[in-house]
Design a protein around this ligand. Structure first.
Ligand code: XBP
Ligand code: MG
Length: 253
């Protein structure tokens, strides 16, 4: 089957956003006079729950035993809203750039006639603001299909978000390749039957990425070549369309 589409994850893959999400969560705790502060190592563990609000709720449930569930859900909603407000202010301040190779590969995929899609646990507004501030004005035209956290019944690692992307693309999984940065994302994409390539991110370094076609440091640029951590890139020093086609062919034969 021919490669027809490239599906990208957002947080950790398109951009290193999680440090900014983390800073925003801690700012939300502080602004609401709550004494919790999440460390980087705790956040790494909490990322096992996808979706900012679900993650905060999981933390509240674990740390407020005996507390009324409805009250915790209400607090999670308020904390998440404040977290998002702070996160978006950081985006507006230009704190986040796209990862190496992301914009280049998106441009090459468009020129090659591949469909482009996004499958992310983050909220739509966060994604759109990230694109606007890190990707520039034309980035709103990059993607044919965008599925965000609110679009799927279950977050990653469930396959729901990828299945929804495939339905909207009108393509079978075997005609696509997904790029992810975490075990959670790999499980979700694989659950939908997709071949997955991993670019490790700052919070997912060292995860096992079982089943990924290849594990890379990043997508690479001509003057900043990628490291191949697992699998083969057939001698290539950056991810381009030829390499995607090669991986796709190997994964689907
Ligand atoms: C990673 C996530 C997200 C972000 C926070 O998403 O789990 O929840 O941490 O985003 P991705 P929100 O699938 O792109 O890797 O607070 O907007 O949910
Ligand atoms: Mg991710």
């Amino acid at each position: 089957m021919k490669l027809m589409a490239l599906i990208l994850d957002v947080d950790g893959t398109l951009a290193e956003t999680e440090t900014t999400h983390l800073k925003a969560v801690n700012g939300a705790f502080e602004s609401m006079d709550l004494s919790w502060r999440w460390s980087r190592s705790l956040y790494r563990e909490l990322l096992a729950t996808a979706g900012g609000r679900a993650r905060i709720l999981r933390f509240l449930i674990e740390n407020c035993p005996g507390e009324n569930r409805e009250a915790l859900e209400d607090l999670a909603v308020r904390l998440h809203a404040e977290k998002d407000r702070r996160y978006r202010a950081s985006l507006e301040a230009g704190e986040i750039r796209l990862r190496p190779g992301a914009e280049r590969l998106i441009g090459e995929a468009r020129s090659a006639g591949l469909a482009l899609a996004v499958a992310t646990a983050t909220g739509r507004k966060n994604f759109e603001m990230l694109l606007r501030h890190a990707g520039g004005p034309e980035s709103s035209e990059w993607f044919d299909v965008v599925c965000t956290g609110g679009d799927a019944a279950r977050h990653k690692p469930a396959p729901d978000i990828y299945l929804q992307v495939l339905a909207k693309l009108g393509l079978p999984a075997g005609a696509c390749v997904a790029i992810e940065d975490s075990n959670l994302g790999v499980a979700s994409a694989q659950g939908a039957g997709l071949p997955v390539v991993v670019t490790e991110s700052s919070f997912t370094t060292g995860e096992d990425f079982v089943g990924a076609i290849a594990v890379l440091s990043d997508l690479g640029e001509p003057d900043q070549t990628m490291k191949v951590l697992r699998g083969t890139a057939f001698g290539k020093r950056l991810v381009d369309i030829e390499l995607l086609r090669r991986w796709h062919q190997e994964a689907t034969k």
